[in-house]
Design a protein around this ligand. Structure first.
Ligand code: NAD
Length: 476
């Protein structure tokens, strides 16, 4: 039984003052896997105090010194690649290829941010004024369980590059990954107090970060409901807020698409990270005339997917992270059936032979209209809905008829045809004819998918305040 009873404050591993424990359950067999001792408000305040004290000197460091720290974090996390991957498989239930990808993304985040910061104009001119881009201050970082290390890296790297110090509250369900992350921070010899990490509950540690006056920025990745709560709480002292929230992304298959390519891509887009992905393309919009073909290919593609056996490189779907998430996905599947959706493949219950874990059947629905709950709400599991359209205009209208706007996919016979459709979709990122990634491109959402962006120059600017000095003797 693993016990995670350390948090990281002011450069030291310490036992939390808080004594509440959370039992961690192995999602593959629902057996106890460990426990995490949760930090409380006092722990959070100590961490904030350390970050505030460290900010005085850290905010004065040169860009070169910060780049050096990002390199050390990259190196230190790289050295833990295997252990972090192993933790992501066993604690979260990611298939090994997914876990490797998530770990690599976390490692790369430090290098990419180093490259961004290296050429970023921290000092610039605006007319006759000198403008200095200065760190926001102490930043509270709050992350979810679905890609713990990746989210931590995506938020810590730009904060540090900007000259901010941080207090991190990772998901309480990711204690093994967080412990390795703390170890990596310590080994990278980051000055005491610059990165502080407190395990704990959202309503305790997260809320204290949100309301504490010495925290001047909050960066959050998680659900839209909690994002709104954080924005409301942070408004009391006008903290800078960055929110990366949920999604209900459309995958638009145009009528000239080669379905033998587009359908498997649509399945991959929808089932990314076992469907526990904010950017998953869960509404597949298809021309009415090609519905039967799409259904047939969709069923064949999903039936061929390897579910379970997480250490097998061929596996693509793992269990849901916990009982709550399992029940949530089952609830949406049952409701869709009750609302009249047709099961193309999958359905309620667990896949045969995998009943011991939090596995759900990868499911595709047809006969779905965009106003149905299954098409409007985020399921966060391997569940796709096929929705038909008559014209391209209607496809775009349906794609945009959602409270969210995080991601979209457009698949067409040619990029020339796909591009203008992509340009009309209201989403933070749109991927044309492939599942593309560009770590320097902004990542974040329109509408209820959030405020602000991660990655590249857009990401670093979430942690910077422009200061204009007028009458300065040297503008640059
Ligand atoms: P969640 O919102 O329940 O929790 C996210 C984090 O917020 C956790 O650390 C949690 O402890 C904390 N929290 C909970 N209540 C809080 C409060 N009152 N104050 C402050 N913090 C609080 O989300 P989850 O279930 O961990 O993750 C799934 C959600 O995250 C999905 O909606 C998904 O779309 C979203 N997500 C978004 C992105 C993105 O980049 N846009 C990426 C991954 C996940």
């Amino acid at each position: 039984m693993n016990v995670y009873d350390k948090i990281y404050i002011n450069g030291q591993f310490v036992k939390p003052v808080g004594t509440e424990e959370l039992e961690l359950i192995n999602p593959v067999n629902k057996q106890p896997a460990g426990k995490v001792v949760l930090g409380n408000v006092e722990d959070t305040r100590k961490a904030i105090e350390a970050a505030k004290a460290a900010f005085k000197t850290y905010s004065k460091t040169s860009v070169e010194e910060r780049l050096e720290m990002l390199s050390r974090l990259h190196e230190s996390l790289s050295q833990r690649f295997d252990r972090l991957t192993e933790a992501t498989v066993s604690e979260y239930g990611a298939p090994v290829t997914v876990a490797k990808m998530l770990t690599q993304l976390a490692i790369n985040a430090f290098l990419h941010m180093k490259e961004t910061a290296q050429s970023y104009p921290f000092i610039r001119a605006a007319g006759t004024a000198k403008v200095r881009m200065e760190p926001v201050g102490v930043v509270g970082v709050i992350t979810p369980w679905n890609a713990n290390a990746t989210h931590l890296a995506n938020k810590i790297a730009p904060s540090l590059a900007a000259g901010c110090t941080v207090v991190v509250k990772p998901s309480e369900f990711s204690a093994a990954q967080t412990e390795l992350f703390m170890e990596a921070v310590h080994a990278a010899n980051i000055p005491a107090g610059v990165i502080n990490i407190v395990n704990g509950k959202g309503e305790v540690v997260g809320e204290e970060l949100t309301r504490h006056p010495d925290v001047t920025g909050i960066t959050f990745t998680g659900s839209t409901a909690i994002g709104k709560r954080i924005a409301a709480g942070a408004a009391a002292n006008l903290k800078r807020v960055t929110l990366e929230l949920g999604g209900k992304s459309p995958t638009v298959i145009l009528d000239d698409a080669d379905l033998t390519k587009a359908v498997p891509l649509a399945v991959r887009a929808g089932f990314i990270n076992s469907g526990q992905a904010c950017l998953a393309g869960t509404r597949v919009l298809v021309p009415e005339t090609r519905l039967e073909e799409v259904k047939r290919l969709m069923a064949a593609t999903v039936e061929a997917l390897k579910v379970g056996d997480l250490w097998n490189e061929a596996s693509v779907i793992g269990p849901m992270v916990n009982q709550k998430q399992f029940e949530r996905v089952q609830h949406y599947i049952t409701q869709a059936i009750n609302d009249g959706a047709e099961v193309v493949v999958g359905g309620a219950g667990s896949p045969q032979g995998l009943e011991d874990g939090y596995y759900v059947k990868p499911t595709v629905f047809s006969n779905v209209t965009n106003d149905m709950t299954i098409a409007q709400e985020e399921v966060f599991g391997p569940v796709l809905s096929i929705i038909t359209y008559k014209t391209e205009e209607e496809a775009i209208e349906i794609a945009n008829d959602t409270p969210y706007g995080l991601q979209a996919f457009v698949f067409s016979g040619s990029t020339e045809r796909g591009n203008p459709v992509a340009e009309q979709i209201m989403a933070g990122r749109i991927s044309v004819n492939g599942l593309h990634d560009e770590p320097k491109a902004p990542f974040g959402g329109f509408k209820s998918s959030g405020i602000g962006r991660d990655h590249g120059t857009y990401g670093i600017e979430e942690y910077l305040e422009p200061k204009a000095i007028l009458g300065h003797s040297s503008v640059m």
